[in-house]
Design a protein around this ligand. Structure first.
Ligand code: ZN
Length: 110
C-alpha cells in the first residue's frame, strides 16, 4: 500500500530527528494533490509505529488546499485536480502553487 511506505518514511524522518527520545506527536502536511489519503495514512501509521520511538504517538494531519496560477488571466484559483482548468477563464494548463506537499512539519519529543 502507498500510504504504508509514506508512514514508514515519516517514522524514519522522525527517528532521525528525535535523538533517541520517544516521540509524542508528529504534525504532517498533506496537500490535496499529493495523492495521499489521510485516513489511510492514519491507519498505516498506527500499525507502522509499533516497536519504534513513535509507538503510541499522535499523528496530526494538516491538509493543504490546492491552488494554481493561470497564465491566461493571472488568477490564483483553488483547484481539486491536476487536470482542472482555470475556473475564471478556462485556461489550461495551470501552474500548481500549492497542494503537492507531503512533509513532516514538526515533532514533539519527551
Ligand atoms: Zn484563467
Amino acid at each position: 500500500m502507498h500510504e504504508l511506505s509514506i508512514a514508514q518514511g515519516i517514522i524514519e524522518v522522525c527517528e532521525q530527528h528525535a535523538g533517541g527520545k520517544r516521540v509524542k506527536s508528529v504534525s504532517v502536511q498533506i496537500g490535496a494533490l499529493s495523492g495521499v489519503v489521510p485516513e489511510a495514512l492514519e491507519f498505516c501509521y498506527e500499525a507502522a509505529v509499533n516497536g519504534t520511538l513513535l509507538e503510541g504517538s499522535m499523528l496530526e494531519i494538516e491538509r493543504i488546499g490546492a491552488t494554481a496560477f493561470c497564465e491566461c488571466c493571472g488568477a490564483v484559483a483553488e483547484i481539486e485536480h491536476f487536470t482542472d482548468s482555470c475556473p475564471c477563464c478556462g485556461g489550461f494548463p495551470l501552474e500548481i502553487r500549492s497542494g503537492e506537499e507531503m512533509r513532516v512539519k514538526e515533532l514533539e519529543v519527551d
